[in-house]
Write a protein that binds this ligand. Structure first.
Ligand code: TZP
Ligand code: MG
Length: 214
């Protein structure tokens, strides 16, 4: 498994929301603001396009210490030389991811329920993504939102580091940190804004304040 992973502020890209100022520019700005992990996520793009985008992001992130994770597409992750992959409950299997990408890769897995948390307890993963915490227009096929209490219950059922996702803004840093998660994963709170660097900086500051208040 991988080296220490900072899940405090995790950016998930979206092809629509992150496109207005360009994917690479948006990610660069967001990382300058304090993003600690970047996940390239595009359910519809062909592998060739994702590989091209992934390579551009890998170059942009070089020297920042911020890992690049690819959503779901194991071959894309391997071709890009990404730091890891994030899979969902119905995506490529964790075993396949670990086998293809090796012991050092970061492997993340989405969970939505306490039953999921228990079922994945023995898998060779580095972290879980828990959500959606709130309803979101960014992912229309999401499960029933957990709310802060539901998030805390799912989080308590898992021993893995955890990042929360779904409808999160800086106002939810206390909800997420008090639920026991390591950090927030966001799409629109950064990509859907005119100034991704400022948005990421405000989120990072909110996470730091929430960490201190805990
Ligand atoms: N998985 C659960 S909710 C979600 C994903 C990928 C989208 C979160 O987007 P936003 O804009 O941060 O609510
Ligand atoms: Mg997936």
């Amino acid at each position: 498994m991988s080296r220490a992973l900072d899940l405090s502020l995790y950016l998930v890209t979206d092809p629509g929301l992150c496109a207005s100022r360009g994917l690479v520019d948006t990610v660069r700005a967001a990382v300058a603001g304090g993003i600690s992990v970047v996940q390239l996520r595009d359910k519809a793009a062909p592998d060739a396009l994702l590989i091209e985008q992934g390579r551009a992001l890998k170059t942009a992130l070089a020297g920042t210490g911020v890992p690049l994770i690819v959503n779901d597409r194991l071959r894309v992750a391997a071709a890009v030389g990404a730091d890891g992959v994030h899979v969902g409950q119905s995506d490529a299997s964790v075993a396949a991811a670990r086998e293809l990408l090796g012991p050092e890769a970061i492997v993340g897995l989405s969970i939505q329920t306490i039953a999921h948390a228990r079922a994945v307890a023995a898998l060779p993963i580095d972290y879980v993504g828990i959500g959606p915490v709130f309803a979101t227009a960014t992912k229309t096929d999401h499960a029933v939102p957990l709310g802060c209490d539901g998030l805390a219950a799912v989080r308590a059922a898992s021993d893995f580091p955890a990042v929360a996702i779904g409808g999160l803004t800086a106002a939810h840093a206390d909800c997420v940190l008090n639920a026991g998660c390591e950090g927030l994963a966001v799409v629109s709170a950064v990509c859907g804004t005119p100034d991704p660097e400022a948005a990421a900086a405000a989120l990072a500051a909110a996470v730091q304040r929430a960490q201190k208040r805990k």
